[in-house]
Design a protein around this ligand. Sequence first.
Ligand code: ZN
Length: 420
Amino acid sequence: MESFDPAELPELLKLYYRRLFPYSQYYRWLNYGGVVKNYFQHREFSFTLKDDIYIRYQSFNNQSDLEKEMQKMNPYKIDIGAVYSHRPSQHNTVKLGAFQAQEKELVFDIDMTDYDDVRRCCSSADICSKCWTLMTMAIHIIDRALKEDFGFKHRLWVYSGRRGVHCWVCDESVRKLSSAVRSGIVEYLSLVKGGQDVRKKVHLNEKIHPFVRKSINIIKKYFEEYALVDQDILENKESWDKILALVPEAPIHEDLQKNFQKSHSSLQRWEYLKRVASTNQNIKNDKCGPWLEWEIMLQYCFPRLDINVSKGINHLLKSPFSVHPKTGRISVPIDLQKVDQFDPFTVPTISSICHELDVIFTSEKEKEETEAESDVKHRTKDYKKTSLAPYVKVFEQFLENLDKSRKGELLKKSDLLKAF
Ligand SMILES: [Zn+2]
């Protein structure tokens, strides 16, 4: 893997935006078949430039306008905002209050830093293969619910480029949802509650909701290897005390503490906890039995969503195929068929794909020649020569499905018309 030198970023970005960025697919996505007039033109983009200069309310007329501006501005980071009532670039010319965010994809932001109290391998911005399983579980749990419980068809999952994942739900009806409905959906998907000062963050009712039960079934597939082996969450007194703090009943608490001292591994200790809990199911006012076991599993593994990102229609979120300015990694779409195989450390960096293009070290003269011949045709195919290609393919598959749905809707409408 190529190492990434942030000092090289401006030059690398120039090359990336000139020859590698998948503009036509990107435009095809945000234009949504051109069904709604000015849908793309009214979309807000925001750019973060060198030295953290942040520019909001960018908007573009068409694909070639977008290409030109991106190559001119060379943004370190691109965010996507809402579709507004007017062109965002002209928001100052509109009467006060008339400029309104009208539609946006329903988005989710899951960030590893929100798990710092339950992962033992890394903290803050760091991630490793041991804690990445948290993101794997999060994708499975949230995506299943979006698909099966809500019936949303078009879900694009994207690696953020550093320590988390984003999801863009793009169904036509979803893009029109109000903030209130979005809040309701995130509320449904949130089980871990309370900030740093709250110890026990998951409380299950006696009647377990099917969503919770299905989520637990997903966690069960990973729990032993992730929590008991890799994270070793019951390794020593310091680590198991954090879990015993979630056990309410004094007698059970003491029993566990005694046994844990004698046991030799997290696996053994967890087996004992399950046994003790299930034999104490009838203790008054206590939710032992599977509830205790499940509450601990959920607290340690259930996805932690950034609620505010999902609620607001006008909230900005980092764009797919934007570059992470610190790691140099591209925000690539994640193949839902291969979530378990996704490895953030093999995601291409901007320097690796630029080197793959094999032009970085060419002489200045050759560079000029390349620039001169950089017509659209040539450019749009260049990413295929690099390891970015499979990720663009995942994106294209997602776009195909959007197209199919749109055509299906049109057919339905024309059949209805014929029926009359
Ligand atoms: Zn880690």
